[in-house]
Ligand binder design. Structure first.
Ligand code: TMP
Length: 209
């Protein structure tokens, strides 16, 4: 895989944490620093990955198949989009990445972290986010935000206990990697959340320059 030069930022959180309402705002604020900015998502981000996303979100399947398809989509995304972008110096802002697999498939579904790690090593070949913003909210806040008019997908339709395990797995990962994963209290009003994100970014940009 090509050498890294760019900057790789990921956004994470349980469904309903509200991260998607910040991504375009964050992209707009980063464009002044980034020579080129790619905004993308997982599962998805490539034509094949978006087809896998449709299947993952709507087609019932065994949890091992789900794990493999998450990494299949990620493999395509890395090879065709993320790694070439980083190699030419672009910044990549990605809505979810492998922390979501540890949280949802590891925490939520109860799959073995060692198995996830094996796939991570094979597929990512050392590529890791430089910074991850974990949008954290209590489960009742996430549930209220999820209860829209749209039909829930396979993950959104999961029980509260699934989201509790997912959230706890995210928080454990953040505790294990405090330098990379920054927890943002996303239960607050949108302006306060953005102020926290801006503070983290300002700190990082200072260290980066
Ligand atoms: P999104 O709704 O944030 O776009 O994410 C789609 C769903 O996919 C979300 O419910 C979380 C789930 N997901 C996993 O379960 N594992 C993963 O590795 C990724 C990237 C997403």
């Amino acid at each position: 895989m090509a050498a890294r030069q760019g900057y790789f930022i990921t956004l994470e959180g349980v469904d309903g944490a509200g991260k998607s309402s910040h991504i375009e705002w964050l992209a707009a604020s980063l464009r002044q620093y980034a020579p080129e900015l790619i905004v993308t998502r997982e599962p998805g981000g490539t034509p094949a990955g978006e087809q896998l996303r449709e299947m993952l979100l709507h087609q019932p399947m065994h949890q091992d198949t789900e794990l493999l398809l998450m990494f299949a989509a990620r493999c395509e995304h890395l090879r065709e989009c993320i790694s070439p972008a980083l190699a030419r110096g672009a910044w990549v802002l990605c809505d979810r990445f492998t922390d979501a697999t540890y949280a949802y498939q590891g925490g939520g579904r109860g799959l073995d972290d060692g198995r996830i790690g094996t796939l991570e090593d094979w597929v990512q070949q050392g590529v890791q986010p430089d910074l991850t913003l974990l949008f954290d909210v209590p489960l009742e806040v996430a549930r209220a935000r999820r209860s829209g008019a749209r039909e829930p997908d396979r993950f959104e339709a999961e029980a509260e206990a699934f989201f509790e395990r997912t959230r706890q797995a995210y928080l454990r990962r953040a505790a294990a990697a405090p330098g990379r994963i920054r927890i943002i209290d996303a239960s607050r009003p949108i302006e306060a959340v953005r102020a926290s994100v801006a503070a983290v970014m300002a700190e990082r940009l200072q260290a980066w320059q």
